[in-house]
Design a protein around this ligand. Structure first.
Ligand code: AMP
Length: 187
């Protein structure tokens, strides 16, 4: 669609790498698998949405994650649809614990696709595992999800915006097609 994908997690990780004040505030929360304070992420998104590349629309990835974030978002943006990727805890744990990312080009992949290699298939750099993809942290992230993020599904269902995408046992291509269908787009 030629619109930016805005990932608050990615913006926070960049802030940590650069050692900015926001990065310093976020680091400990992220490493414990907890959420960064609402006011920090709300300010980030509010500012980012003012950039010229957002004029024609955008995808928010990982935001909002709490009801107060959703309320704030509603005061400065109009949301067309909310994609709810539905999958079991087992599938989430399998995907996160096998996730590998490239520190150089940003590619995200999974050990099951790498044939035993630990190099980035796009640029050849050595892949790494995100610290918050460690098993104990993943468990905590799931708890935090149930307590703080899951209530958003009811919040947005009331507003008739939720599109459920059933992801268990689905391939990337199938999920892609379902997202297109949910948004009324042609493949
Ligand atoms: P993600 O890359 O979306 O999995 O986010 C990684 C981590 O960044 C999360 O576990 C949180 O600690 C933090 N984070 C990302 N987005 C948010 C958000 N909207 N609200 C609070 N914390 C966030």
């Amino acid at each position: 669609m030629n619109i930016p994908q805005i990932s608050t997690g990615e913006i926070l990780r960049a802030a940590i790498r650069e050692g900015t004040p926001t990065g310093l505030k976020a680091k400990a929360c992220i490493e414990r698998g907890e959420l960064v304070p609402d006011e920090v992420v709300i300010d980030i998104v509010k500012e980012r949405l003012q950039a010229p590349d957002c004029a024609g629309g955008y995808i928010l990835d990982g935001f909002p994650r709490t009801v107060p974030q959703a309320e704030a978002l509603g005061s400065f943006a109009r949301i067309d649809a909310v994609l709810n990727f539905v999958l079991s805890d087992n599938a989430i744990i399998e995907r996160l614990s096998g996730r590998r990312v490239c520190p150089k080009c940003g590619l995200t992949t999974h050990v099951s696709l790498l044939n035993g290699s630990d190099l980035c298939p796009a640029c050849g750099e050595k892949l790494i595992q995100r610290k918050d993809d460690a098993p104990e942290t993943v468990e905590n992230r799931l708890r935090v999800y149930v307590e703080q993020t899951e209530p958003l599904i009811a919040y947005y269902r009331e507003r008739d915006l939720v599109k459920d995408i059933l992801c268990d046992d689905h391939t990337l291509e199938e999920n892609h097609a379902e997202v297109h269908k949910a948004l009324g787009m042609k493949d």
